[in-house]
Design a protein around this ligand. Structure first.
Ligand code: FAD
Length: 380
């Protein structure tokens, strides 16, 4: 657990404002993370990694997000994919061993799942996957919001094979950055999470060699362990990032009331103001409920708990609670900190912009509620 020491996190915090203002990737942060072995944090020890559990990385990602939200959300994409490979490995499935080997060598994985207008998310794709005689696939399509765009060396993609005899099939593979036919557009200029540099990626017959094609699945919901592994790692790690942001917001709210005085109260510190005390307590009560839920869901996944279909309900429920709570907490913290927090130089105003991104990441509120309703009431 010493991989992210306090001095390092403080350096990340100092740099976060500049990366955000200049809308650039946190290159220096990533160099430090690589040197600290963080790219291989989830790789099992027997494969040359640090052998951390999901529960342990959740704690680290929370700390990292409290220092530098966009750095945390970017490396989160890598951790998700390595976490997927690790989960399969621990369940006796070796199909993503190459991911673990690459990660232990310092390769950086990005996820190219999202496509404009594809609300089927993992259950369908607008990207074409053309089968080749040697077992490789050529991918053509446009992926949006690819975090880590300036830095990734490996790209996890999927697309639809509609020409093979047994088609349609959703083909999952990993592309190498050096492959021809990958164009990264310079189009990331957003409200928040600016340093993630999640550009659009255009694939034009980009080749995944046969040894990097790891799944051919029927479109639609799938019982393949890959799908649960993606959902679990994604929702749990995403929740950890936004929970870290919320923790930092409360810290900043507390600092602000300890530094300001009230004329109405005869110059007493604002930390004695009952209304502000109540608001901080209210935010803390909400956040205190997320930590144990997050830890418990991560622990259950580490321990391979068999929750059957309930897994999806549990995971989307965690994500929605974590993100909604983080947004509530940041909002409350802004109110506590007062007008100063509205200045863009104030860290809270950046957290306010960054925390909003959680609403757009899967599962969004509506799709999560439909998943839970389906679990409780069945299909309609
Ligand atoms: C900070 C951040 C980082 C992210 N990182 C990643 C990542 O690393 N990998 C990844 O796969 N995803 C990533 N995502 C994407 C995320 O998971 C969502 O897919 C994304 O936010 C789009 O959400 P949406 O479906 O609500 O968007 P929508 O608003 O439905 O669509 C997004 C874009 O597609 C256009 N669009 C919508 N419908 C259509 C249509 N029918 N035809 C044509 N265009 C259409 C919209 O105009 C918009 O530009 C990230 C998101 C954020 C906010």
């Amino acid at each position: 657990m010493t991989m992210l020491d306090e001095d390092m996190l403080e350096r990340f915090r100092q740099r976060a404002d500049q990366y955000d203002r200049e809308n650039v990737f946190p290159t220096e942060d990533f160099e430090e993370l690589r040197k600290a072995g963080y790219f291989a944090a989830l790789v099992p020890k027997e494969l040359g990694g640090q052998g951390l559990s999901l529960l342990e990385i959740v704690a680290l990602q929370k700390r990292l997000a409290a220092a530098a939200p966009a750095t945390a959300l970017s490396i989160n994409m890598h951790q998700i994919w390595v976490g997927v490979a690790r989960a399969l490995w621990e369940r006796g499935d070796r199909s993503l061993k190459f991911v673990l080997d690459d990660a232990s060598r310092g390769e950086l994985f990005a996820l190219a799942i999202s496509e404009a207008g594809n609300d089927l998310v993992l259950f369908g794709s607008k990207t074409q996957a053309e089968p080749q005689a040697d077992g490789s696939y050529l991918f053509s399509g446009t992926k949006i919001f690819t975090s880590l765009s300036p830095a990734w060396t490996r790209l996890a993609v999927f697309g639809l094979d509609s020409t093979s005899e047994d088609s349609p099939k959703l083909v999952h593979a990993v592309l190498d950055r050096t492959t021809e036919g990958i164009e990264v557009l310079d189009d990331w200029d957003t409200l928040g999470m600016r340093a993630t540099q999640s550009h659009t990626t255009v694939l034009k017959r980009a080749k995944a060699t046969q040894d990097r094609v790891h799944r051919r699945l029927d479109p639609g919901p799938s019982a393949d362990p890959l799908i649960l592994a993606i959902f679990a790692n994604f929702e749990i790690l995403l929740s950890s990032v936004y929970t870290g942001i919320a923790e930092r917001a409360i810290e900043l709210a507390i600092n602000s009331v300890k530094a300001r005085t009230s004329s109405k109260a005869g110059g007493a510190l604002k930390s004695a103001d009952p209304d502000l005390r109540w608001r901080i307590a209210d935010a803390a009560i909400a956040l205190d409920g997320v930590h144990p839920q997050l830890r418990e869901v991560a622990r259950q996944f580490d321990e391979k708990a068999d929750l059957g279909d309930d897994w999806f309900r549990v995971l989307v429920g965690l994500k929605v609670r974590a993100i909604n709570t983080a947004q509530f907490v940041v909002n409350q913290s802004m109110k506590v900190a007062g007008g100063g927090s509205y200045f863009s130089r104030n860290e809270l105003s950046r957290l306010y912009r960054d925390v909003l991104a959680g609403s757009f990441q899967p599962s969004n509120d509506d799709s999560a509620h439909s998943t839970v309703a389906q679990n409780l009431l069945g299909h309609i």
